[in-house]
Design a protein around this ligand. Structure first.
Ligand code: ATP
Ligand code: MG
Length: 659
C-alpha cells in the first residue's frame, strides 16, 4: 500500500497524472488500447480517497463486466482505498432497485425471467405468429435492441429502419410481438435483463425523493469502456448525476464492439459538446504491447473507416521489442487447433505460464476443437463465459461437504491426518458421495473432466487461502467461499484462457492466439453493411491489442481434413500479413523474417492415434455457454435451447458476466 496520497501517483505518466488529479468537474479520457485508461481511473479514485477529497462510499465506479469490477476493487484495496463500489451498470441498478422497490412500488421486486426465449415464443403465439427457433432468437434480439435504445413498440418500425436493422420479420409484426411480450411478462410477474435498467430509470424519474437519496449517496461516477454505453445506460447515468459534474469517463471509440446491441460511441465522442467545461485528456503511450504488436494494431486502425475511426489515435509503443507476430495458414481446422495447441505447449515448456496465454475466436462454437486439442497436449485451460463456477453442481456439492466437515470441527475422524487446510479439503472432497475427487486428473473428458477441474480449482483456492491466512480453519474457508460465491468470483484457474473476442475486452495476456481468421468468420457472414464490417474490424483490433508479447494469427483453408480448400484469409489482414502488400518501416512486413508459415497437424490423419482422438471427441458443447449438451435436438443445433444465437451472443455474454 502506498504510504501517502502522492505515492499513489507514482507509476503514472504526466497525462495519466492529469486524469488522476482532476478530481472535480467532468473528465473525459480518449485513448487507444493498452494506454492505461483503466489504470488511470483506478489511481484517480485511489488518489481522491487517499487525499481525502472523495469519500469512498460516495464513489460509484462502473465497469463493463463483473470480472473487471472485481479487479478494480482488488486494485483499489492494494492502493489503500477500500470501500469504493465498483459494479456493472446492471448490478448497480439491480441493487438500487431491490432497495427502493418496496417504497416506490410496494412488495418485492419481481424476479428475473429465466427462460426468455420461451417467453418470446409465448408472446409470439399470443400475437398469432409461430416462429422457429432461429427466428425466436432474432426476434428476442430485436426486442432487446428496442429496449436498450428506449424505443416503444409503436416506434419500433421507424427506428429499426433508420438504424438499418436486419429485421427478421415484417416491422409491424415485430412491433406486435414486442408489445405482446411486454404484456405477457407483466402478467407473469417477471422482468427481463433490460427491465432492470428501465425500471431503475423509471423509479428515478418518477420519484424525486428517491433520486435525491441516490444523489446524496453518490457524488462521483467513473465509467470505464464508455464507448460501449447504450442509450439506456447513458440515461441512467444522467439520472444518477442529476445535473452534477462528478463524472469521469474513459473509452476508445476504436474498440466499440457492441453497437449491434444498441451501444454507441457517440456519447464518448460528443462528451465535450455536452460538457463544454470538461477536462479532456488523450493518452497515446502504449504500455501493454511490444512495438511489433502496436505496429500491427496501428496498421489495422489505419484501414478503418467510420465515425469511430475518425477519432483514432496512433499508439506509441513504450516497451522493448519482442518476437514478431506470426501468421500461419493451415490446411484444415483440426490442423489449426492442433498446431496452435503444440505452439502453446512449447511456450509453456519455455516458461510462459499457462495463465498468461489466451486463444481468442469469433464465436464460442469454435472453442470445442481447441479444448480437445489442448487436452491432447495436456495443457490446462479455462473457458470464459462458461457456466458460473459456484453454481456448478459439483461445486455446490463440495460446499455442502465442506460445511458439514467444518461444523463437525475437529471431531471428524476423516480429518485426523490432515494437518493443513488444503489437505483437509482434499480429504473432504475425496470422500464426496457423487464420486470422490483424486489429486491426479482421471484421464477423462467431457463432464467428468469438468467436475475434476472444478474441484481441483477449489483445492487450489484452499492452498492459496491457507498460505495467505496461516492457521485458517475449514470454517474460515467456507466463509471465504460464501463471500466469493456472492461476488461471483471463480478462483483463478491457472490455465490457458479460451474466450470469444467480445469477452476479451479490457483484458491482457503475454501470448495471444487469434484463430479462425477467415472470410466468413471475421468478418462473420452476417456482417453485411459497411458499418457491420467495420465493427468486425474493431473486434480484430481488440484481439490484437490483448497481446503483451507473443501474437499468433492463423486461419484454415478448409473446415475438415480432406475438405475443399474454399476459405480465404480475412480481408482485414490484407496489407498486414506478409505477401499481401502493405506495411513498411522498421517493423514492416509484420512477420518480418518468416512470412506466412504453412502449419501442419496430424489431427486429421488416418493413424491409430488420430482415430482414437476422434473417438474421444464425443462430447458436444453449447457453442454459446460451453455446457456439455445431452439432448439430440440441442446437439444438432450445437446450442442449448435457451442460449441465444451468435448474433445476440455478445449481449448475453454481458448477461452471464453480470449474473
Ligand atoms: P484497454 O483499452 O485494453 O482497456 P487500457 O487503456 O485500459 O486498455 P490498462 O489495462 O489500464 O490499459 O493498461 C495496460 C497495461 O499497461 C497494464 O498492464 C498496465 O498495468 C500497464 N500500464 C499502464 N500505465 C502504465 C504506466 N504509466 N507505466 C507502466 N505500466 C503501465
Ligand atoms: Mg481498460
Amino acid at each position: 500500500v502506498p504510504e501517502t496520497a502522492d505515492a499513489v501517483l507514482e507509476g503514472l505518466d504526466p497525462e495519466q497524472r492529469e486524469v488522476a488529479t482532476a478530481l472535480h468537474g467532468p473528465v473525459c479520457v480518449l485513448a487507444g488500447a493498452g494506454t492505461g485508461k483503466t489504470r488511470a481511473i483506478t489511481h484517480r479514485i485511489a488518489y481522491g480517497v487517499r487525499s481525502g477529497v472523495l469519500q469512498p462510499q460516495s464513489v460509484l465506479a462502473v465497469t463493463f463486466t463483473n470480472r473487471a469490477a472485481g479487479e478494480m476493487r482488488g486494485r483499489l484495496r492494494q492502493l489503500g482505498a477500500d470501500g469504493v463500489q465498483a459494479r456493472t451498470f446492471h448490478s448497480a441498478a439491480l441493487r438500487q432497485l431491490q432497495y427502493f422497490w418496496p417504497r416506490a412500488v410496494g412488495g418485492e421486486l419481481p424476479r428475473l425471467a429465466e427462460r426468455k426465449i420461451q417467453l418470446v415464443a409465448e408472446a409470439a403465439a399470443r400475437y398469432g405468429t409461430r416462429l422457429d427457433r432461429g427466428e425466436l432468437r432474432d426476434v428476442a434480439g430485436e426486442i432487446e435492441w428496442a429496449k436498450v435504445t428506449q424505443t416503444a413498440p409503436e416506434d419500433y418500425g421507424a427506428a429499426a429502419l433508420k438504424a438499418g436493422r436486419d429485421m427478421p420479420r415484417d416491422a409491424a409484426e415485430l412491433a406486435g410481438i414486442y408489445r405482446s411480450y411486454e404484456q405477457h411478462k407483466a402478467e407473469r410477474g417477471v422482468i427481463d435483463f433490460e427491465d432492470v435498467l428501465l425500471l431503475t430509470v423509471g423509479v428515478l424519474e418518477d420519484r424525486p425523493d428517491i433520486a435525491e437519496q441516490v444523489h446524496r449517496q453518490y457524488q462521483h461516477f467513473v465509467v470505464d469502456e464508455y464507448q460501449d454505453v447504450s442509450p439506456l445506460q447513458q440515461r441512467l447515468l444522467e439520472l444518477w448525476l442529476g445535473g452534477r459534474d462528478g463524472l469521469c469517463v474513459v473509452g476508445d471509440a476504436s474498440q466499440t464492439i457492441y453497437s449491434f446491441t444498441g451501444a454507441t460511441p457517440d456519447h464518448l465522442l460528443d462528451f465535450r459538446l455536452r460538457h463544454p467545461n470538461a477536462t479532456v485528456v488523450k493518452l497515446v503511450r502504449d504500455y501493454r504491447s511490444t512495438p511489433q504488436v502496436v505496429h500491427l494494431a496501428n496498421g489495422l486502425l489505419a484501414q478503418a473507416s467510420g465515425r469511430a475511426a475518425d477519432s483514432r489515435l496512433e499508439l506509441i509503443a513504450q516497451r522493448a521489442p519482442g518476437p514478431d507476430p506470426g501468421y500461419t495458414e493451415y490446411a484444415d481446422e483440426p490442423a489449426e487447433a492442433e498446431g496452435t495447441a503444440r505452439r502453446i505447449r512449447r511456450l509453456i515448456d519455455s516458461g510462459v505460464p499457462a495463465g498468461s496465454i489466451a486463444v481468442l475466436y469469433r464465436i464460442n462454437a469454435q472453442s470445442e476443437i481447441y479444448e480437445q486439442a489442448l487436452a491432447d497436449q495436456g495443457v490446462p485451460y479455462q473457458l470464459r463465459g462458461a457456466e458460473r463456477f459456484f453454481e456448478r453442481p459439483e461445486v455446490r456439492e463440495a460446499g455442502i461437504a465442506l460445511r458439514g466437515a467444518a461444523r463437525a470441527g475437529g471431531n471428524d475422524a476423516l480429518l485426523d491426518d490432515a494437518v493443513d487446510l488444503a489437505s483437509q479439503v482434499r480429504a473432504v472432497l475425496g470422500s464426496m458421495k457423487g464420486g470422490a475427487w483424486r489429486p491426479e486428473a482421471p484421464a477423462g473428458s467431457g463432464a467428468a473432466r469438468d467436475r475434476w477441474e472444478s474441484l481441483a480449482a477449489l483445492v487450489r483456492l484452499a492452498e492459496d487461502f491457507g498460505r495467505a491466512r496461516p492457521g485458517a480453519t475449514l470454517g474460515d474457508l467456507v466463509a471465504e467461499l460464501d463471500a466469493r460465491a456472492q461476488a461471483q468470483h471463480a478462483p483463478a484457474v491457472d490455465g490457458v484462457t479460451l474466450a470469444s473476442l467480445h469477452a476479451a475486452k479490457g483484458l491482457e495476456w503475454d501470448a495471444v492466439f487469434l484463430v479462425g481468421l477467415t472470410e466468413g468468420m471475421l468478418p462473420i457472414t452476417y456482417a453485411r453493411t459497411d458499418e457491420q464490417v467495420e465493427e468486425e474490424r474493431r473486434l480484430l483490433y481488440v484481439g490484437v491489442t490483448r497481446a503483451r508479447e507473443h501474437l499468433q494469427l492463423s486461419w484454415a483453408l478448409s473446415r475438415s481434413p480432406g475438405g475443399r480448400a474454399s476459405r480465404v484469409p480475412s480481408r482485414f489482414l490484407t496489407g498486414l500479413r506478409p505477401g499481401s502488400g502493405g506495411l513498411t518501416g522498421r517493423f514492416g512486413g509484420a512477420a518480418g523474417t518468416g512470412g506466412v508459415e504453412r502449419g501442419s497437424g496430424s489431427y486429421g490423419g488416418s493413424g491409430a492415434g488420430a482415430v482414437a482422438r476422434r473417438r474421444r471427441r464425443t462430447s458436444v458443447r453449447c457453442r454459446v455457454c460451453g455446457r456439455t449438451l445431452t439432448q439430440a435436438g440441442e446437439i444438432k443445433l450445437m446450442r442449448c435451447e435457451d442460449c441465444p444465437s451468435e448474433l445476440d451472443e455478445a449481449l448475453h455474454q454481458r448477461l452471464r458476466e453480470w449474473r
